[in-house]
Design a protein around this ligand. Sequence first.
Ligand code: CUV
Ligand code: SF4
Length: 628
Amino acid sequence: MDKKLMTIDLNSQILIEKAEKDGVETMYDRKNGFKSQCGFGLQGTCCRICGMGPCRISPKTPRGLCGADEHTIVGRNFARMVAGGTAAHSDHARDIAHTLALSSRDGNYKIRDEKKLIELAIDWGVETECRDIYDIAHEVAEIGLMEFGKPHGVSIFLKNAPKVRQEIWKTIGIEPRAIDREIATVMHSTHIGCSADIDSLINLSLRTSMADGWQGSMIGTRFSDIMFGTPMPTQTEANLGVLEENKVNIILHGHEPTLSEMIVLAADDPELLALAKEMGAEGINLSGMCCTGNEITMRHGVKIAGDFHQQELALVTGAVEAMIVDVQCIFPALAYVADCYHTKFITTSPKAKITGSTYMQFSEENAYKDAKKIVKEAVLNFKNRKPEKVLIPEFKSPATVGYSIDAILSQLDRVVNFNVDKTGTVKPLIDCLKSGVIRGVAAVVGCNNAKSVTNKNHVTIMKELIKNDILVVSTGCGAQAAAKFGLMDKGAKKLCGKGLATVCELVDIPPVLHMGSCVDISRIVDIVSECAKYLDVDMCDIPAVGIAPEWMSEKAVAIGTYVVASGIDTYLGIAPPVTGSKKAVEILTNGLKKEVGAAFTINENPDELAAIIIDDIEKKRDHFEKII
Ligand code: CUV
Ligand code: SF4
């Protein structure tokens, strides 16, 4: 396939061409090199769980050597994907919790949102009267850390869900206990000779995913807001056109805000700015990719360089002095691409060491010092840039980002109730849903996937939804697709149906709201839960859906699963590797409806998927209007 047709992003197309001229291999070349992918892997019917395998299921070999059939194998593989995703998100949260435990008045990490900390402390039964805010923070951090390994009880967050939802979780046995325990249980239960029953394997997957959504991710988001501030609307720009010819370009890529927050500070350090001048640069230009990019754009308006599929292409511009990464979604290929230019590819986490990178360990204890050292490395590299190899494509799009729940609700409240000083309730949002000016809310989230044309599913679906008066909220690389294609610009109201356009105009918001990184999907679950509680209904009664049009990571599988377990129907634009088991497909796309009131829908055609979603939201509305 013509590589340029593998993405709809114009900057990417230009850089794919440049990579070709420069003799640099990218994902798009490798995709063409893979003539076809393994059918067993695609369907989830290859088992490598024990040393007798791999066993592959086909009509001639319907069972593995131990006798496991396609349902067992698909179920075990699915559960392990969920466990992998849960481990990644939660380990991110664990680091944030450790950082909160380290926070101090004169240290690197401070408390920025005292109100949020106090609310959480009260919710968790921590004494708040007459106490130093840092003592409170440390006790809250300790409780958060206990969630990973506490020997008794279930997730501390479950009690915040509507009562009916809590009952469902209890009845079907998917209340997550300690986070690490759920992950370990999956690894054990999927070991050879344990669970072979598909219903049980999916039930196990649901419980583990709940440890991601209703535990790890909630800790990650809440603690990040407490330490780094709750995001509020701010202006930014998105796509590789944000790189600047005359400045030291640093791209932050990965996930955890602990590192990126310090780099943001260091990039403003007078000493380093002076050094940049000395090197002949006009300054330091910071931008972000993937979820790290989301974290820092939400809180500081740092520009978005691009998404998951643009990480190699960013280096192909020849204008990036350093790509600084921590964990998750980092192509090992960056080492090769960086080699073809002057770029320093700097890894920082012992959890993600990559051959060919420059390893500069970042530790929370020495945070600012470490960050300065890393930025200095980038600044010093400016002199090695080769002007003849530089091509910064021009496209970039303005975007308004920073829509935490707090931001959305207070903005709505201000307009609807002329309420300027209170935090805001869900009432105005519910009123918009009730009256039908907004038909529903769709969370369009997740990655880019080489199985589809980059960004096409995201953009097609989002445009279709807003045209039909469905408010879109977004996180992850989906949010970056929206920002790049102008859908997070307030001007995008012209693409909306009449109802949504009116709301955007009145409330002064774009029709696609940036809610943060992947762990911030906990914000979306929270707001649906709050709406349900307000109306005294279940979460599955709210006309809200989750959509992952181009998902690819195990984290996304864990997310989709807990979103469904929360009663929110979830739509996938890429088929997960479960199609080899009819039973697994039936449970995931239908059977779960009876248990948790929601299920998955899979369709790889974005136009068809959008039409199904719009139709389903209307059906959900019929029910919604009857019960409220
Ligand atoms: Ni955590 S998980 S590609 S960065 S959204 Fe982007 Fe988001 Fe998927 Fe990774
Ligand atoms: Fe084969 Fe069973 Fe071993 Fe899997 S667990 S590799 S199906 S023998």
